[in-house]
Design a protein around this ligand. Sequence first.
Ligand SMILES: NC(=O)C1=CN([C@@H]2O[C@H](COP(=O)(O)OP(=O)(O)OC[C@H]3O[C@@H](n4cnc5c(N)ncnc54)[C@H](OP(=O)(O)O)[C@@H]3O)[C@@H](O)[C@H]2O)C=CC1
Ligand SMILES: O=C(O)C1=N[C@H](C(=O)O)C[C@H](O)C1
Length: 273
Amino acid sequence: MADTREMGLVVVGAGGRMGQALIRAIHATPGLCLSGAVERTGSPLIGRDASAHAGLEASGIKITDDPLPAFAAAQGVLDFTTPAATVEFAGYAAQAGIAHIIGTTGCSDEDEVRIKAAARHAPIVKSGNMSLGVNLLAGLVKKAAEALPAEDFDIEILEMHHRHKVDAPSGTALLLGAAAAEGREINLSENSVRSRDGHTGARQTGTIGFATLRGGSVVGDHSVILAGTGERITLSHQAEDRTIFARGAVRAALWAHGRKPGLYSMLDVLGLN
Ligand SMILES: NC(=O)C1=CN([C@@H]2O[C@H](COP(=O)(O)OP(=O)(O)OC[C@H]3O[C@@H](n4cnc5c(N)ncnc54)[C@H](OP(=O)(O)O)[C@@H]3O)[C@@H](O)[C@H]2O)C=CC1
Ligand SMILES: O=C(O)C1=N[C@H](C(=O)O)C[C@H](O)C1
């Protein structure tokens, strides 16, 4: 039986790589309890004990494909799924008026508009990377981009992830690109080069380039390279374990609980904004 003073959280995508890490993080965090676990209709995990599936002792919380009752009984939802699922869950969380913590990456501009609309009714924390290290790195990237003139230093962002990742560039690479663009006071989408192939011509001054590697079990490596003539600065982060993202997500849930509706970032949660 859940302690009524605890914040009850639903994990959507409960059987996924992040879903399982989130369930372990909830169980390890005082003041939080797992109140629901959701997977897509047709998943072989429906009916399984969510905590046992995450490698813990059974908690009695069965994985369901019906989000509405789970959201109605919770104070927050942790969502690391797919863009289509996240947009749907944002609507349900808004209806229930509960905090929605979104780690899902690869959302289109249209998805972002719908998420922003849901944030008029409930607090949403959304970030391409929930770790403390990456959010701190974003601040350093912004400062470096501001300090080093675009005419002298080219910015390139390199990322590598496991073979299962479906979106590119990663949400983190885009977050770091946005930090660099902010430092340079330019618009990222108008100044980014997302891929190169064939006879590309020489590099255009002031652009921010992205390069993507995929393979093996890499949790998440990111480097921001500021390349000048005769010298190069590299600011890097290596994620060794998904626990760092899950810890950030539960911290965001506790921060967002009872907060006024709005779209917040991890910089708000960590007080780095
Ligand atoms: N912001 C951050 O800090 C981080 C973000 N991420 C992002 O989180 C997302 C998930 O990553 P990861 O855990 O590796 O991926 P997984 O594929 O392992 O997990 C996603 C889970 O969501 C489930 N799912 C899909 N559609 C629905 C639906 N409609 N309802 C309920 N569940 C659904 C999937 O089920 P099924 O497999 O059956 O389709 C799967 O279990 C990605 O976008 C990734 O980039 C990842 C790590 C950190
Ligand atoms: O898909 C992943 O695994 C990760 N996705 C996020 C991203 O797109 O940046 C965060 C982390 O790097 C792991």
